[in-house]
Design a binder for this molecule. Structure first.
Ligand SMILES: Nc1ncnc2c1ncn2[C@@H]1O[C@H](COP(=O)(O)OP(=O)(O)OP(=O)(O)O)[C@@H](O)[C@H]1O
Length: 582
């Protein structure tokens, strides 16, 4: 498992292996210079101890300055390279996740909340960015720092060196413990912050409700409580942070004290020179940062491991409905719109009873068929099955004689315009919403579709006509206006098959009937599947399918169905009664 995670992390880095290698090479140079400079200082001190000349001091200062500057520049380059790679991997992962999400069918989004998916695509990706940028840098840095510094220290004096850095393993342990604690506290702050944001968001959208029920005081109390929790979490985090860094400094100081204690004695008895001693001080100091960083890296790795799993959980979900190498194209210009179902069956994952059961029908090109039935009888499921928004079995549904499961998905969906139950509008202009299926189509076509959907007149009264922004950043449309805009969007793409899933529910019966009649007139009639609870609008269709418990229980024209006793007649009578009582 851990191996596979490492492999995954390696895969994320693979496209950038040249940059990674260059960054690591740069770190090697930085660390080599970091080892060389104290040696030079040792030489200078020991030389100056014997003969002192100001000119010589000056030349050494110049050399040291140049070396330190080179080190500084290379360090910046190495950081830019390695942190840049972290950012690049973050970009790649976000692209990959988003592209993958687009391939998944709607059912995936029913069982996974948007909040969770967003979290994975942002916070988890961010953890991986940190891990790859930070961990590569710190691991390489620690490895080189110890690998190059320690041997040189040991050649100066093994005993003094080991005594001085004896405290470092404890420093590593403490940093690791603290960084775990910090991580927990950071999560706590994030959680408290999101609770607070959620409350603000909810209260702002439900402001009328708060006022009507006079709940201001209660809401204020709830806010104070959450705000207090946030304050507490922030204070805890600040306390841990402010304790950790002085603690690391303190431990570094202890190692310096040990060095002074044993080092001074060694100078006195001539085991080491003053230059050796200064070099050892510089080396011991040099190791503080990489040691502390290693502690943070271990935590970053643990956090990153969880994030790799969470991201891979999304990426490993296979789209059930997808193109296969054997998928065939659909000759678009020749699509007539004949729909045939043969023993069509569908059971939702996790459900025992079929939502569609033994569905058989033939809908002729240009025919307008209404599908009516009680709530939960399977109407929307049937609507979703036709453009394969659901994973249906081969051999059960045909468009113009082609098995839809063998057709190229894009071709199938180009042949079908579909208006779902919930009419969704994007936060853009009404014009862009209508031409969503063909974003560059000219304005007259947009207007024509709007006229067919009976929304044109209203759009002309909007502040900027077709350029009016709708949705969160613009004007709010009524339910009926939203539905007719969604209908215009579907009509614009001029597909031979049109599926309306209760798409005119917020439109009055008369307008709905007028729209339907408009669709079924003219030479180039579309095949229309009109799912509705509006019995009067359904009555104007060529044929009506009556669904109950996932099956089509009656088929006929309005008058044929009304003659016989059955579900249709009772649905019709029920609606007429409701209309009378209104
Ligand atoms: N995503 C889903 N997961 C599991 N079961 C579902 C899902 N969607 C619908 N169902 C179930 O499938 C059955 C048919 O639902 P469907 O939405 O097709 O009915 P409907 O006739 O369109 O209802 P309505 O008139 O309310 O729109 C119902 O029992 C419903 O609970």
């Amino acid at each position: 498992m851990a191996n596979s995670r490492l492999r995954k992390l390696g895969n994320y880095l693979r496209p950038y292996w040249k940059k990674v290698s260059l960054g690591i090479l740069a770190l090697f140079f930085v660390n080599s210079l970091g080892v060389y400079i104290p040696l030079l200082i040792r030489k200078i001190i020991d030389e100056l101890n014997v003969t002192f000349s100001f000119k010589q001091v000056l030349s050494y200062v110049v050399v040291l300055f140049i070396l330190a500057s080179i080190m500084w520049v290379i360090r910046i380059v190495s950081r830019m390279l390695i942190f840049g790679i972290g950012r690049q991997v973050e970009f790649d992962l976000k692209q990959k996740i988003f592209q993958h999400l687009l391939t998944l069918e709607p059912s995936y989004f029913h069982s996974n909340t948007a909040g969770d998916i967003i979290n994975r695509a942002t916070s988890d990706v961010d953890n991986i960015r940190r891990l790859l940028g930070f961990a590569v840098l710190s691991l390489a840095n620690t490895l080189f720092a110890y690998g190059l510094t320690l041997p040189v220290m040991l050649t100066i004096s093994p005993f003094i060196s080991l005594a001085a850095i004896a405290v470092y393993p404890f420093m590593l342990l403490i940093v690791q413990l603290f960084s775990n604690k910090l991580r927990g506290e950071q999560l706590e702050v994030q959680e408290k912050l999101s609770n607070l944001s959620e409350l603000i968001q909810e209260d702002m959208s439900g402001i009328s409700l708060i006022k009507i029920y006079a709940q201001e005081a209660n809401e204020k109390r709830a806010f104070t409580e959450l705000n207090n929790q946030l304050l507490q979490a922030n204070l805890n985090l600040a306390r841990t942070r402010t304790t950790l860094f002085p603690l690391v400094e303190g431990m570094a100081f202890i190692s310096l004290l040990v060095l002074l204690w044993v080092g001074v004695g060694a100078i006195a008895n001539g085991t080491i020179t003053i230059g050796d001693f200064v070099a050892l001080i510089l080396y011991v100091e040099r190791l503080v940062f990489p040691t502390a960083l290693l502690g943070f890296t271990i935590t970053a790795y643990q956090r990153g491991e969880v994030s790799v799993d969470r991201i891979e959980a999304i990426l490993s979900v296979e789209a059930k409905v997808k193109d296969l190498p054997t998928s065939v194209p659909l000759p678009q210009e020749k699509v007539r719109g004949k729909l045939v179902a043969k023993n069509l069956k569908y059971i939702y994952p996790g459900s025992e009873t079929p939502a569609l059961n033994h569905i058989n029908f033939t809908i002729e090109p240009g025919e307008t068929v209404a599908i009516v039935g009680p709530i939960g009888s399977g109407k929307s499921t049937l609507a979703n099955a036709i453009p394969r928004l659901l994973d249906i079995s081969p051999g059960s549904l045909f468009l113009d004689g082609y098995d839809v499961t063998y057709l190229r998905l894009q071709d199938l969906r180009n042949a079908i315009a579909y208006v779902p139950q919930e009419s969704f509008l994007f936060s853009t202009t009404i014009k862009n919403n209508i031409r969503y299926g063909d974003p560059v189509i000219e304005h007259p076509f947009v207007e024509n579709a709007a006229k067919q959907a009976q929304i044109h007149e209203e759009i002309t009264t909007f502040p900027q006509n077709y350029e009016t922004l709708v949705g969160e950043r613009g004007i709010t449309l009524s339910g009926g206006q939203r539905q007719r805009s969604a209908l215009a969007r579907a009509l614009l793409i001029d597909a031979p098959v049109l599926i309306l899933d209760d798409a005119l529910a917020s439109v009055d019966n008369q307008t709905a009937t007028a729209i339907l009649e408009n669709l079924s007139s003219g030479n180039e009639r579309k095949t229309v599947v009109f799912i509705s609870h509006q019995m009067s609008a359904a009555a104007s269709c060529d044929r009506i399918f009556v669904m109950d418990k996932g099956e089509i229980v009656q088929v006929g024209t309005h008058s044929e169905l009304l003659e016989k006793p059955g579900l249709y007649r009772s649905l019709w009578n029920q609606q007429k009664l409701e209309e009378l009582l209104k």
